[in-house]
Design a protein around this ligand. Sequence first.
Ligand SMILES: [Fe+2]
Ligand SMILES: [Fe+2]
Length: 282
Amino acid sequence: MLQFEAKPERPDPVYAHKLQELIGGAYGEMTVTMQYLFQGWNCRIEGKYKDLIMDTATEEIGHVEMLATMVARLLEGAPATATAEAVKDPVMAAVIGGMDPQQAIVAGGGALPADSNGYPWNGKFIVASGNLLADFRANAAAEAQGRLQTARLYNMTDDPGVKEMLKFNLARDTVHQKQWLRAIEELEADGLETDVAPSALFDEENQEHNHTIWHLSDGPDGNKGGWSTGEDRLDYLMDPKPLGGPGTAPKPDPALYGTYSATQDTVGVVKGKAQEVKNKLS
Ligand SMILES: [Fe+2]
Ligand SMILES: [Fe+2]
């Protein structure tokens, strides 16, 4: 059974192509499914956090299923063979022009594990670091991007059946954003994490540079934000100076054939300057 109904009123192969973004896009349901599954499997503490992660992972599998079903139904009757004949009809030509041919050729009129441009879903889209604070922030961000894209797709159709399903998806993305934000607060309340991930090495990190924002662009208003006022403010460094020397790479390995001149690398320039001084002195 589907978690929610996925019944379009009529086929729409162009929209089926667009919906691929919510399945196999960087912020699609495949991403949140695999992201939450791996976070759950890698979670080192039993209990509420792991169970929340696994509950949500399982729900996201259901969203992949709903969208894949919706895509197959939107492709119902879509021309797969009679293209030449069909394009004579201007309406059909437009439809075919926007179709994803792989949905017919590869998936036999169904959904693909790919985005709306056909780019295949990729395991690199997911974040599962083992640090729950870092991961929950990535989760809230993924749900925000997912809800944004769902909202945009909601405005690209007037099919009541599609809209009904997307209304459900929007609602679930609302809940998921809120739950991850709440879970972040709870990690802090439980003393497991602070507001910076990982909550470690605070004494070791550079103490002079752990509370300053560097004014490095031409934009003059960065220091007008709330982040640079109040007790917990981040100080704005209005005229920062470089702390390091020239970022010159070392002499290349001759076997790698990097363009190189001994007299023009940093070491050569310094040597040349030293020689100049020596000459003046003698
Ligand atoms: Fe989802
Ligand atoms: Fe979600």
